[in-house]
Design a protein around this ligand. Sequence first.
Ligand code: PM9
Length: 459
Amino acid sequence: MLDKKYPAEPYRIKSVEYVKMINKAEREKVIKEAGYNTFLINSEDVYIDLLTDSGTNAMSDRQWAGLMLGDEAYAGSRNWHRLEKTVKELFGFKHVIPTHQGRGAENILSTLAIKKGQYTPGNMYFTTTRYHQEANGGIFHDIVIDEAHDTTIHHPFKGNICLKKLEDLIKKVGAEQIAYVCLAVTVNLAGGQPVSIENMKAVRKLCDKHKIKIFYDATRCVENAYFIKEREKGYANKSIKEIVFEMFSYADGCTMSGKKDCLTNIGGFLCMNDEEMFLRAKELVVVFEGMPSYGGMTGRDMEAMAIGLEESVQEEYIEHRIKQVRYLGEQLLAAGVPIMEPIGGHAVFLDARRFCPHLTQEQLPAQALAARLYVESGVRSMERGIVSAGRDINTGKNHAPKLELVRLTIPRRVYTYAHMDVVARAVIDIHKNSKSIRGLKFVYEPKMLRFFNARFEEI
Ligand code: PM9
């Protein structure tokens, strides 16, 4: 029976989608045909899909009802006005620009805010974020605290920015050479680790001193707020809504992938306070996305996002969300499986270096482990290691991140604790026989964001 510390689902199920399991021989064929890349497996061949929490959310009955209220006018849709109002109320920014998803917002921000050769320090890189920064001449510089790069260290706010690293960069290159600080809440590739309010305030103070702007990556901000409530002194009695509002009061703007914490399947937005930047963003949005009153989203998508945002800050929802992820992670820890600790907000990350100590990083242990997990169990996960990190844009050499991880990402409101049990059993069984996992090598390597389409074969 479930322990009390894991709350039951705060919803009941009104509509179901059947999943099927193909047999192991079929899965072996599928993974070979997919070039050992879990992105290239068809959804129909997957039993439990933990590839990503992006756009895989289950919408509520209120959201589905909202779809019928879509105003699909080319300009001035009423759903846009509702979404804009909801975003402004929750985040407190003066201006909102809608985009088709998070990377659309990243593209506009990077185009507007980066001059060639400027730095874009951030609390660890994210694939699409860094891509847009570099494509606009920016230089990414990692300023997350050292603890974030070690899966074994416990720190309540492992996503924090190291103020010394930021100060050192300012001293070295000069404040005018810093386009803006990018602060992600939570930090995806560090395992969904949160940032504390204390750290946000300190970063604000330092940036104010040097007149540097701060843009948050708001993608999983509600999950971040839950960790603040749980772990930071003085926040236990504040509502999630109040905490989210305070978090963003220390930023000049943010990018948002609506496919995660907004509880929808598509969409995004860019926020800012600066009037001039807003006017320029309105010019760019019509080039890349669509009218400033839809930005690539349909009216019904915007309605669903406005409702999803309201639901995302409900206390029971977010508590269950975080604890369901923790339930999976704690089972793995109890069985001695090496994972990123503490367990983060959206996923459990297997530490492939410790899981497969017989493989070097060049033998792509995380990619190989994700492929094996699929073959053994039908569970789809995602590599978040050397393959995702890509190559240095100047030297062409592989980035070799300290973290070599496989992400078991939990979609919101989709799976039950029983599914988590199935996943835990599969991972634990593979761990017992991990020496049999063979390394992989690239047979096709795309130049940009290679992890999406790369193909591999066994060494
Ligand atoms: N994240 C994820 O699976 C989907 C694409 S990468 C495999 O984690 C952050 C922190 C993200 C993110 C997407 C984006 C881009 C920005 N920041 O996918 O364009 O986790 O909506 O957002 C993915 P979009």
